[in-house]
Design a protein. Structure first.
Length: 187
């Protein structure tokens, strides 16, 4: 099999629309029915839902307390648009940091989960995010672990990475398989 990967010169929000177009094409080619996207505010999730039909979409946002106290970062405007489009919103602890980050912050060390996250960042921040949100959505019962899905992530704001993968739950992390990279920034 031969498949191309789209590489971006730079990471960031300016790649969002192109990634969504590439995902739409690959979703149709593979007949994938589940897509998970990292979008803290919901803006990128809305863009995806506007262009993708016939897919179950999950928008993963940061957990409460990540940036703004006890509030979630999904804006009320984008939350309503996502809900109106049938997109599920998931907020939960980061699978590749969670309590481990609290331990590292307190005791100035590093946990094995943080080593995994750094290893995935060798590809790109977006690849790490794609893996992480897939685990989170699987643990929330929102995506299957027995079939391929598409995950979209990014670096900071917007989307610059998309992968085809078979998700896994946190408890069996090493069953997760990345099958294809659709797009990512060149490191």
């Amino acid at each position: 099999m031969e498949k191309s990967i789209h590489y971006f010169e730079n990471p960031g929000i300016e790649n969002t629309d192109k990634v969504i177009d590439l995902v739409k094409t690959r979703k149709e080619e593979l007949g994938i029915g589940h897509i998970v996207i990292a979008s803290a505010t919901g803006r990128s999730g809305v863009k995806l839902a506007e262009k993708i039909d016939n897919a179950h979409i999950v928008n993963v946002t940061h957990h409460a307390g990540f940036r703004c106290g006890d509030d979630l970062e999904v804006t009320p405007e984008y939350r309503k648009e996502l809900e109106d489009k049938g997109v599920e919103i998931y907020a939960g602890s980061h699978a590749l940091s969670g309590v481990g980050r609290g331990i590292s912050n307190k005791f100035k060390g590093v946990t094995p989960v943080e080593v995994i996250a750094e290893t995935l960042r060798l590809f790109s921040q977006g690849v790490k995010v794609c893996v992480e949100i897939s685990i989170m959505a699987a643990d929330g019962g929102l995506i299957p672990t027995d079939s391929e899905i598409i995950a979209l992530g990014g670096t900071g704001t917007g989307i610059d990475t998309a992968v085809v993968l078979k998700a896994a739950h946190m408890s069996n992390f090493f069953d997760l398989r990345i099958h294809e990279i659709i797009a990512m920034p060149r490191p």
